[in-house]
Design a protein around this ligand. Structure first.
Ligand SMILES: [Zn+2]
Ligand SMILES: [Zn+2]
Length: 307
């Protein structure tokens, strides 16, 4: 009798302990990197260096997403001539490290209406497992020059002052309209750093609490709601000290939760040391907001994984 009671007590205590340990193990196992650049574009590490570090860090999977070739090459985009080698090398890495890590092939594809090819054509040509769609270059009506949002903040101010005649509202609206058009027409698996337009603002032109800005975020949420796209919580702005908040931050993510829009976490690594930078803080923030899962890629399908 006493022995039975002992067994029951053991079982009662053991299960929560095992559940806790299992969850802890899952937390370690769930590290992944789907938004990863390499020396094929503006990344500073080779694809194999990235894989080796990912294995060292215990990542379950690594997905490569070099900047896709553009009709007019930018200093940060992949040269079209390298695409075949990129496809082949990722394939070799998939096979070589198959017992240690899942390796996926993607591209971070820029969407510029009427300029860039369809995401479907990139997916087919480069045999991509999934696509990341981003806007770095905003098309300005009647102008052959694009507004480049990234790099030094002088790019940002030049665009606002010269291409948009100082009209920040028009400029930011043009950015989000392009993002929305990308979501609707290209349906990328992941939308990259969706509010990156805020990065180089640095409080100079607008406040992220301005009603017109929040209205643009809400309009973007409506487009996402009608799509199957995943929103990434991009940590790069924080660890590169270019932004005090994630792309996107809490307000937008709360709306994602409200409308059941899935999220994942991306470090947008350009170097082996950045593979899971600030990943834990992003997880914590998502949990605080109320998310219980993030999207992870499993073979050929996106699944919800508990946070
Ligand atoms: Zn990007
Ligand atoms: Zn990127």
């Amino acid at each position: 009798m006493h022995y039975c009671l002992f067994l029951v007590l053991c079982r009662l205590c053991w299960e929560p302990v095992m559940t806790y340990l299992y969850r802890e193990k899952q937390i370690v196992m769930e590290y992944f990197s789907y938004h990863t650049h390499t020396s094929y574009c503006d990344g500073k590490s080779t694809a194999e260096e990235m894989v080796l570090r990912a294995i060292e860090l215990g990542l379950k999977s690594i997905g490569f997403s070099s900047h896709a070739p553009l009709p007019n090459k930018e200093p940060w985009s992949m040269d079209e001539i390298l695409l075949e080698a990129y496809v082949d090398e990722i394939e070799e890495l998939k096979v070589k490290y198959t017992d240690k890590i899942d390796v996926y092939r993607s591209l971070e594809i820029d969407y510029i209406p009427g300029v860039t090819a369809s995401f479907k054509s990139y997916k087919k040509k480069a045999h991509l497992d999934y696509t990341i769609g981003s806007v770095h270059l905003v098309k300005v009506d009647s102008n052959s020059e694009f507004w480049f949002l990234d790099g030094p903040d002088t790019n940002f101010s030049h665009g606002v002052e010269v291409l948009f005649d100082g009209d920040i509202k028009n400029a930011v609206t043009a950015y989000f309209d392009q993002v929305i058009e990308m979501i609707i027409t290209q349906q990328p698996d992941i939308v990259g750093h969706i509010d990156k337009v805020k990065m180089n603002n640095k409080g100079r032109y607008f406040s992220e609490d301005d009603k017109w800005y929040l209205d643009l975020l809400d309009k973007t949420i409506i487009a996402l709601k009608e799509s199957d796209c995943i929103v990434e919580v991009n940590t790069r702005g924080i660890y590169k000290k270019k932004s005090g908040t994630f792309f996107p931050d809490a307000y937008f993510l709360k709306q994602c939760l409200k409308y059941d829009i899935p999220v994942t976490i991306s470090s947008d690594a350009h170097h082996v040391d950045e593979l899971i930078s600030v990943f834990d803080s992003a997880q914590e923030m998502l949990k605080r907001i109320g998310f219980v899962s993030v999207r992870v890629f499993e073979g050929d399908i996106w699944c919800d994984h508990p946070l």
